[in-house]
Design a protein around this ligand. Structure first.
Ligand SMILES: Cc1ncc(COP(=O)(O)O)c(C=O)c1O
Length: 412
């Protein structure tokens, strides 16, 4: 070996997370062993599960990105290293992964495309359907850039009209929320672009009902579902949207740079791919998936993420994540000066809680919690000033007690 000593090589390995075995690079033939998982049943089980993650501090921002569990990291890193053997490369089993995703999401066979994120999936849809100047896309004033800008581009470029309205943030019941959408529909409405869970407050929208009313009027339904997979136990066939876009790097705890587009089978053949490559004429989700050489290691990690959550149980995860959010919500409303902006009715509440506190800003609160090792999200979009806390399965009740105490004690 010229120019680099064995000691330097080992030091390099130690400095590069995931590549600690550079000096043992020839010994990567067998895939990583994954500890058997079972659904947690008690608080000690949840405490033990926390050891499946490399999180430092307390992660209350899964709404931006989740933390990959160790088996997902290992599967990703294993693939990345094995691939570079060149002559004995390994490829993720894509048909098996599609089938696993369809099972996990309750999606139609052949309907799932693995893309890079929600933003890409939403752009595929916006550019893949045919809209004429004057056609209207209806959405709320609480949309994330990842679900909104694709329509803004169509408005700027093609004369499509993007109409937005303020959704009720604390609806009395589903009828209240559905009626708010119906009031905005005009004879020119061609698309409802609906966040399944609003990124601002975590409010769950009754997407199945909204999809139904759209279809009755010949309107296309596009769901920005960045959050639900891995947070809510989904049945996408029951929701029945024309398009459902998501980011499994959030609640599904997959590597960053993995996304999903689920297309209702009857729309596949008439939706143009955004990027055309070998499979562009396929009559299943692959028509959106084949976009040149990509990072297969992330796809290997996605497969491990689905396996991880299936082992724990989708319903178990939803109950835990939403249960923690409910406990957090109830504790926060008791703190003097705190105003929780997430809905009061539990049917609309997801696993994200947003709030303000009198006498301070979300920015200052975020700094205060940050100094104590808490990762949070400040919602500063649209002139809002909320602090948003996400409660996924690696958050423990004692973490939330500390978070609430920090909010209560934050300097005014
Ligand atoms: C509702 C919503 N839509 C879209 C996105 C964009 O996700 P991505 O950056 O993974 O495309 C986010 C990200 O936070 C989101 O909250």
């Amino acid at each position: 070996m010229s120019g680099i000593t064995r000691r330097e090589l080992l030091a390099l390995g130690a400095a590069l997370p995931g590549f600690g075995g550079v000096a043992r690079a020839h010994a990567i033939a067998s895939p990583p062993r994954v500890a058997p998982l079972r659904p947690p049943r008690s608080e000690p089980d949840w405490e033990a599960l926390r050891h499946q993650f490399v999180i430092e501090g307390v992660h209350l921002n899964t709404g931006t990105y989740g933390a990959c569990p160790i088996p997902v990291l290992e599967a990703t890193i294993h693939h990345l290293r094995a691939f570079e053997r060149i002559t004995r490369q390994e490829h993720p089993d894509l048909p098996a992964l599609h089938a696993a995703l369809e099972r996990f999401l309750g999606a139609w066979p052949g309907s799932v495309a693995i893309v890079r994120n929600t933003t890409e999936a939403m752009n595929i849809v916006a550019n893949g359907i045919t809209l004429a100047p004057g056609d209207e896309v209806l959405t709320t004033t609480h949309e994330h850039i990842g679900g909104r800008c694709c329509w803004e581009l169509l408005a700027a470029r093609r004369g499509v009209v993007l109409r937005t309205f303020d959704p009720p943030l604390d609806p009395a019941d589903e009828d209240d929320l559905v009626a708010a959408w119906v009031r905005q529909i005009t004879p020119r409405t061609r698309v409802l672009s609906i966040s399944h869970v609003l990124f601002t407050t975590g409010m769950i929208q009754p997407v199945a009902r909204l999809v139904r009313l759209a279809r009755e009027r010949g309107i296309i339904s596009v769901i920005d579902g960045a959050h639900p997979p891995g947070m809510l136990a989904l049945d996408l066939q029951a929701i029945d949207a024309d398009y459902y876009a998501s980011s499994p790097h959030k609640w599904l705890l997959a590597p960053k740079g993995t996304g999903l587009l689920v297309t209702r089978p009857d729309r596949l053949a008439t939706t143009w791919p955004l990027i055309a490559s070998g499979d562009w004429e396929a009559d299943d989700g692959r028509r959106f998936e084949h976009a040149g050489t990509g990072n297969e290691s992330l796809v290997a990690g996605l497969a491990a993420a689905v396996a991880f959550q299936e082992a724990l149980g989708r319903e178990v995860i939803e109950a835990r994540a939403r249960g923690l959010a409910t406990a957090l919500h109830e504790a926060l409303v008791r703190v003097p000066g705190v105003h929780v902006v997430s809905p009061r009715s539990s049917r609309f509440r997801s696993a994200m809680v947003a709030f303000t506190r009198e006498g301070t800003t979300a920015e200052a609160l975020q700094r205060h919690l940050g100094r104590a090792g808490f990762r949070t999200r400040r919602i500063a979009e649209f002139g809002l000033e909320y602090l948003r806390l996400s409660t996924h399965l690696y958050v423990l009740p004692r973490d939330l007690e500390r978070a609430v105490a920090l909010v209560a004690d934050a300097p005014r």
